[in-house]
Ligand binder design. Structure first.
Ligand code: ADP
Length: 593
């Protein structure tokens, strides 16, 4: 699990780096593209407005010419009374030259051209029947006509404007002007931009791209085709649809024409039913976008590489530091292990020395005790011998009735000797050294049983206070009894001259520990002895009586059991010793409430 977490943590920066190398250029590309699109939109708005203005001015320049001419008397006369046609033609020719239009001509009410500015040319309109042209029909209906189409004579495209001629409110004919917009288109082409004008049917009538001229933005219906044909408006074979498709790019209009992508901006020309469209090739946009994306890709890549390099370096530095630290820790550990080894050895040596001391102490104590025992036994043995000799004498004399008291004395002496050997046995008793769980109360009771006789002999009162439930501890109960017996023995010894000797034993249980307090009402512990109470060979007893080993051995036994032993003088009188031992278990179920 941890391995996976670690490997995931290690893999994370790599994934992040990879993602940022993809995402950052993408975001940059989008932002740049959107920003650039906004710029282009603004530019295209301006350009479109400009193109519209040039177109409008080209158209409006001649818009009033037919109207003005329709007001002239010469034209009215010609149409109502049939005036001088040659004069009329000359008038139109000079008017056309002044106006810089393609042609000016007059049609009668049947749509036949009766006078024209180009009367002298081969392509003269005179005599042509133009009744099918919409601008003628519009004018005959009393409105100003506007129409874009190719000319019948030379096939030159042009914009036709017409106006009815009225005499006494009656329409007597029509004045028409043809304007050629090719100069405008040339101008657009020279500008190198893509702009076109489409009529209401979607036929491109003006374009900066000659190949698009008369092409349609969408396929034309048969009906519209027929109408165009009837009006002789455009050369039919050219009316093919461009492969155009509209869509949006980040919310901006775009169009694809013949696989070329353009940003598109268009607006309708008021009063004309035309729409002018300005197209911007998207190549620079994509070049710029891709350029920025590539640049940011390279920059992000460089940043990641730099970061990796820096991280690698700091990682290496960290590893070096860690290696140094580890080495330091290793050498410290080694040193520590050596020290521990040293301490263990010292402790072992100390323990050995202590055991040797204890052993020596025991042997010495045994030696002393042997002397004491010999001394103790010598007297009763000698006395016994004397009594036995007197018993023999009594037997020889036949004084059998006097035997009884002497034999009783011998028996008393034997008891005394048995007591001495008993003490010796209890002192040298060896422990099994086995740790078992036992009830502390049992240890106290057993040690008291062993001491009972001594208590009686020395007239000592015992005050016992123990819990009513078992308190279990772990250890060697024989050794604990040895400690208790030693405490009782010391207390009895100290109260040799006490009038009413009392030994109190109190056992308590609290917070996982048991305490045994042994108190007496003797003279208390001597000040000097008190300072070194648990040191070996510290004794106030007469030579041959005490070795000063009891408490030091007791101390060792209690410590081995994980407990503690303390001794002090009581406030009232006498001394008290407190044993503290860890409790492993207790059972209060048998206790009285
Ligand atoms: P020993 O009994 O052989 O002297 P211990 O180590 O048992 O050795 O005791 C050391 C000394 O501590 C005793 O000689 C005595 O002076 C003092 N001592 C021990 N218990 C008592 C006591 N209950 N009252 C007064 N002194 C005591």
């Amino acid at each position: 699990m941890r391995y996976f977490k670690d490997s995931r943590r290690k893999a994370l920066p790599g994934i992040m780096g990879f993602l940022s190398m993809l995402l950052v250029p993408l975001i940059v590309a989008l932002v740049v593209q959107y920003d650039y699109l906004q710029d282009l939109e603004r530019v295209s708005e301006e350009r479109l407005a400009l193109y519209e203005r040039t177109l409008n001015s080209a158209l409006q320049k001649h818009e009033y010419l037919p109207y003005l001419l329709a007001q002239t008397g010469i034209i009215k006369d010609l149409l109502s009374e049939g005036g001088d046609r040659i004069r009329m033609n000359s008038f139109l020719q000079s008017a056309n030259e002044r106006a810089e239009s393609e042609a000016i001509y007059i049609l009668d009410t049947d749509g036949i051209v009766i006078a024209a500015s180009n009367w002298m040319k081969k392509t003269s309109f005179i005599g042509l029947d133009l009744s099918f042209r919409p601008y003628f029909k519009d004018a005959m209906n009393g409105a100003a006509g506007k129409f874009f189409g190719v000319g019948i004579m030379a096939g030159r495209p042009g914009f036709y404007i017409s106006h009815p001629v009225r005499v006494n409110g009656r329409i007597v004919g029509v004045v028409a002007t043809k304007i050629v917009l090719s100069a405008l288109e040339t101008l657009w082409q020279e500008g190198g931009e893509t702009v076109f004008v489409a009529d209401s049917n979607g036929v491109i009538v003006l374009s900066s791209r000659p190949s698009w001229k008369y092409r349609t933005l969408a396929p034309l219906s048969a009906e519209i085709r027929n109408r165009i044909h009837e009006r002789w408006q455009f050369p039919q074979p050219k009316l093919k649809s461009l492969q155009s498709q509209s869509s949006t790019l980040l919310g901006f209009r775009e169009t694809i024409i013949d696989k070329e992508r353009f940003l598109k901006n268009s607006r309708s020309i008021p009063g004309m039913n035309w729409e002018i469209t300005y197209l911007m090739n998207e190549d620079p946009l994509w070049e710029r976008t891709l350029g920025m994306a590539l640049t940011s890709f390279i920059l992000v890549g460089l940043a990641i590489l730099t970061r990796m390099f820096v991280r690698e370096r700091s990682q290496r530095e960290l590893s070096r530091q860690q290696a140094l630290e580890a080495e330091k820790i290793r050498s410290m550990n080694k040193q520590l292990a050596q020290e521990i080894e040293e301490r263990k050895r010292t402790e072992l040596e100390l323990r050995e020395a202590q055991e040797e001391l204890v052993q020596a102490g025991k042997l010495a104590a045994l030696g002393e005790m042997a002397t004491a025992v010999a001394h103790e036994l010598n007297q009763p043995i000698a006395a016994s011998k004397t009594y036995i000799a007197s018993c023999r004498l009594m037997l020889n004399r036949g004084k059998l009735d006097e035997l009884e008291p002497t034999l009783n004395k011998i028996s008393d002496l034997c008891d005394r000797m048995a007591k001495v050997t008993g003490q010796l046995k209890s002192f040298v008793r060896k422990s099994s050294n086995k740790k078992t769980k036992f009830d502390l109360r049992r240890a106290v009771n057993e040690s008291l049983t062993l001491m009972r006789h001594q208590f009686q002999v020395e007239n000592c009162e015992l005050q016992l206070d123990m819990p009513e439930y078992p308190i279990y501890i772990m250890g060697d109960h024989v050794r604990l009894e040895q400690v208790l017996i030693n405490l009782f023995r010391n207390a009895l010894d100290s109260m040799l001259h006490t009038a009413s000797p009392v030994i109190g034993v109190e056992m308590a249980h609290e917070n996982g520990h048991a305490t045994i307090l042994v108190r007496d009402n003797g003279p208390g512990i001597g000040t000097e002895i008190g300072k070194r109470l648990f040191e070996p060979f510290v004794t106030s007893k007469k030579e041959g009586v005490g070795m000063g080993l009891g408490l030091s051995i007791s101390y060792k036994i209690i410590k081995d059991m994980g407990g503690d032993i303390r001794g002090r003088n009581r406030d009232e009188c006498g001394a008290e010793f407190v044993l503290t031992l860890p409790v492993v278990d207790h059972d209060t179920s048998g206790a009285e409430a």
